[in-house]
Design a protein around this ligand. Structure first.
Ligand code: APR
Ligand code: PHB
Length: 394
């Protein structure tokens, strides 16, 4: 088989890239290790920046998001027993965010790909990428016991943190920066009305908690837990009881509990690969970088990588110019490091790191300062709503 761009991975990065390339008249084949149901079973964050919603519109998959997604103009920060609202709209000159689950984004992208009749190989085993240091790269995989080969001009590594693309780059050509946090997030999804109409990020003496949502009838909650905790140790009742203890009395009173639909523990990590381009191989999304979920930047960053990549490839085919692909890595990394910094900082001020009482007091003082300073509020708000796509290092 031959195509212009072989995309490895059918998560949001690979699917969005496929859609944007299709709009630009560029052929692509997606090769995914898992089944569609498996991909849709992964529950991840659910807050989209305006830049990401614009990209989904551009890709032609924004219709259900605008119908079912919830536009939020602010969120609450809870510390020292008190809630404070961050008015995103006022602080950023009118910007908002969209609460719409990553699973739904993935579902919409999959449906659009199927409707356009674009090729995706699911359940491909032993995927390998070859020859990306030449102008004739290719991908091999096994499917139904047969080995297959796709010749292409470019390979897009959209295969997430544990993918094969980054792992195939010679160690001498790549630098990796990593920080693993000493705690995880225990997440619970339930068909219960959200405790509040906006999100609540809480720093309590018992640790961080987040009250999020997927709709008016479906809630998503998280608790900071030790890395040694196992999800089996946490009954639904234990989760709800602990969450109540981390909320203010009003929220604790209002909280509606119910059976979990999903419950899992995710580790927190900051991770960046430099560079993101190796000859004819590009890394995009989680394949190249991870942020801790505080601030929900993961999917948004993946979407902007993909936009830069589709622009670069479009420029290559339409104008025979390599300028875009030559600048891909640098352009993405500038934005990525800005988001990494925000996610690390927001994580640092919202979680309890150890039992040292002075650290808890200092965090509360920092939060108190931020919530009572226009400059402090603005710094949170402008990062939370996301940088513009074309920020030139401002
Ligand atoms: N061969 C083929 N496909 C693979 C391979 C492989 N060797 N390894 C992994 N994959 C697939 C995975 O099964 C997955 O479907 O690549 C896909 C990667 O998807 P994601 O992990 O969702 O990564 P990405 O598309 O970049 O999405 C980024 O996910 O983790 C969140 O916060 C993150 O929201 C952000 C988003
Ligand atoms: C979520 O809804 O899953 C979510 C929301 C905001 C975050 C992280 C996760 O910062």
């Amino acid at each position: 088989m031959r195509t212009q761009v072989a995309i490895i991975g059918a998560g949001p990065s690979g699917l969005l890239l496929g859609q944007l390339l299709h709009k630009a008249g560029i052929d692509a084949v997606i090769v995914e290790r898992q089944s569609p149901d498996y991909v849709l079973g992964r529950i991840r964050a659910g807050v989209l920046e305006q830049v990401a919603t614009d990209l989904l519109d551009e890709a032609g998959v924004g219709e259900r998001m605008h119908r079912e997604g919830l536009v939020h103009t602010g969120f609450d920060m809870l510390f020292n027993g008190q809630r404070h609202r961050v008015d995103l709209e006022r602080l950023t000159g009118g910007k908002k965010v969209m609460v719409y689950g990553q699973t739904e984004v993935t579902r919409d992208l999959m449906a659009a790909r199927a409707a356009a009749g674009l090729p995706t190989v699911y359940e491909a085993a032993n995927v390998q990428v070859h020859g990306f240091d030449s102008t004739a790269p290719y991908v091999t995989y096994d499917k139904d016991g047969q080995s297959q080969r796709i010749d292409c001009d470019f390979i897009a590594g959209c295969d997430g943190f544990h993918g094969v693309c980054r792992a195939s780059v010679p160690r001498s050509a790549i630098k990796e920066f990593e920080k693993v946090y000493p705690f995880g997030w225990l997440g619970l999804l339930s068909d219960t009305p959200p405790v509040h109409h906006e999100l609540i990020y809480a720093n309590s003496p018992r640790g961080f908690a987040l009250c999020s949502q997927r709709s008016h009838t479906r809630s998503r909650y998280y608790l900071q837990v030790p890395l040694t905790d196992k999800v089996e140790q946490w009954s639904d009742d234990a989760f709800w009881a602990e969450l109540k203890l981390r909320l203010d009395p009003e929220a604790a009173e209002k909280l509606v509990s119910g059976p979990s639909i999903e419950k899992s523990i995710a580790p927190l990590r900051s991770f960046v690969t430099e560079p993101l381009r190796f000859g004819r191989l590009f890394l995009a999304g989680d394949a190249g970088h991870i942020v801790p979920p505080t601030g929900a930047k993961g999917l948004n960053l993946a979407a902007t990588d993909v936009k830069y990549l589709s622009n670069a490839l479009t420029e290559f085919y339409a104008e025979k110019s390599e300028a875009g692909i030559n600048h891909y890595s640098e352009k993405c990394l500038k934005r990525i490091w800005r988001a990494e910094r925000f996610s690390w900082w927001f994580t640092s001020i919202m979680h309890r790191f150890n039992d040292d009482p002075i650290m808890g007091k200092l965090q509360e003082a920092e939060l108190d300062y931020l919530m009572h300073s226009e400059a402090g509020l603005k710094t949170i708000a402008e990062n939370y709503v996301g940088l513009p796509l074309d920020f030139g290092g401002r």
